[in-house]
Design a protein around this ligand. Structure first.
Ligand SMILES: [Zn+2]
Length: 405
């Protein structure tokens, strides 16, 4: 069997001729050409006879062969397309603009769904940034026709990435349990882009929206879909109570005698835990706070009580208890909790909607946790769109298979 025939069978590339193979310091370099003699325009896909110019020695990385890097090499032409102008020709083995073959990119995407950063990078011998660029190209080849079809219950969440300086807004479908939309940014304008894409008719079909109380999203939601029930994320409500407690604790540490300061500082961890999760030592610390610092203990009880109210399932009971909680917080003489009481009062119906429906961004906690893990993993990508592509690849029900021949 001739070497080129053997290689052709091994590579199994469609519409591709194998011309010659050589080795260089990078690996195995295989000269190839499309079987069609007349080039195709990569922009409109039509046959174009007019060749504008050629670039010699353009290379594409292909899947390794016997642990050896493989490169396809071809003198690519630019065609003078009557519709598109001077554009590069279409090659059957790779997407326009890519330095990798389809099969190489598919393998990377498959691994990106499952493997960690180091495994992927070292196995495929490519940088992490390149992985980001590759999955951005692969994703459109696998995405479902219209993920925004049939949405009734959605959750809106923001992700911070790159050491918390940049944000991505993510929309999840509570019914099917996947990510349906994501875009860089975290304000009302970002969300308006989503509603514009969704369109008036589908906006009107939204029944419930879970979100946090930050206000930026709320306005956009009530404007775009006034009929939808707004549900405030209970985990966000509780987070605000945690923050208030922390503020009280810091104030107390500041004002404490120097000898008490150290002991107070050490209570942080114990105070933020649920009482039933406390170790004996931590429980002793909380008891100590109860004796030594009335204000801090009151803050602790306020935080705990709020969480307990949100555990309830009867709306009327929860409403009564929340109103009592607001009163208590207002009278507590703890400024951070007085402020929180105002927030809870303003958003009372949305918080109660959680009690009524049990819907929350945390309901898809598995999904939320997964998205956050992906966000941490994405560190090093060069754009938010790479992160978004990875989120979709892993959290929107796309099934990828390893490339086997
Ligand atoms: Zn064209």
């Amino acid at each position: 069997m001739r070497a080129t025939t053997l290689l052709g069978t091994l590579l199994g590339l469609k519409q591709t001729r194998i011309l010659e193979a050589t080795f260089d310091d990078l690996g195995l370099v295989i000269d190839v050409a499309p079987t069609a003699r007349v080039p195709y325009c990569s922009s409109c896909g039509r046959r174009v006879r007019a060749v504008h110019d050629r670039y010699e020695g353009r290379r594409w990385r292909h899947l390794d062969l016997a642990a050896l890097r493989v490169w396809l090499c071809y003198t690519i032409r630019r065609v003078d397309c009557p519709r598109c102008g001077v554009v590069v020709e279409l090659v059957p083995w790779a997407e326009n603009q890519s330095w990798f073959t389809y099969e190489f990119e598919e393998q990377v995407a498959y691994l990106a769904q499952r493997a960690d950063k180091t495994t992927l990078s070292s196995l495929m011998r490519i940088g992490w940034r390149t992985v980001g660029a590759i999955i951005e190209r692969v994703l459109p080849r696998h995405r479902s026709a219209d993920p925004l079809e049939g949405l009734t219950h959605i959750g809106i969440d923001e992700l911070s990435y790159r050491r918390h300086h940049e944000y991505v807004t993510v929309i999840v479908d509570h019914v099917k349990g996947g990510v349906v939309w994501a875009h860089p940014g975290k304000n009302a304008e970002t969300l308006n882009l989503f509603f514009a894409e969704l369109g008036k008719e589908r906006c009107a079909q939204l029944e419930a929206v879970t979100l946090d109380m930050s206000g930026a999203y709320l306005k956009a939601v009530t404007e775009a879909s006034p009929e939808a029930r707004v549900i405030f994320d209970r985990f966000h409500v509780q987070q605000l109570a945690h923050d208030a407690l922390d503020e009280v604790r810091r104030e107390e540490v500041r004002e404490a005698d120097p000898e008490d300061r150290g002991a107070l500082k050490k209570t942080r961890f114990a105070l933020h835990k649920n009482p039933w999760n406390l170790s004996t030592l931590e429980a002793a610390k909380v008891a100590e706070v109860q004796k030594a610092n009335q204000r801090l203990y009151r803050a602790y009880l306020l935080k705990e009580t709020l969480a307990a109210i949100l555990d309830g399932r009867q709306v009327n009971v929860a409403r009564q208890k929340l109103l009592e909680w607001i009163d208590w917080a207002v009278r507590s003489r703890l400024r951070p909790f007085q402020k929180l009481a105002g927030t809870v009062r303003r958003h009372l119906e949305g918080i109660l909607a959680y009690v009524a429906t049990g819907l929350s961004n945390g309901r898809t906690e598995g999904l939320n946790g997964k998205i956050r893990t992906i966000t941490r993993r994405s560190f090093g990508f060069h754009s938010a769109w790479s992160l978004i592509a990875l989120i979709f690849l892993c959290c929107s029900g796309i099934t990828l298979r390893p490339v086997h021949r």
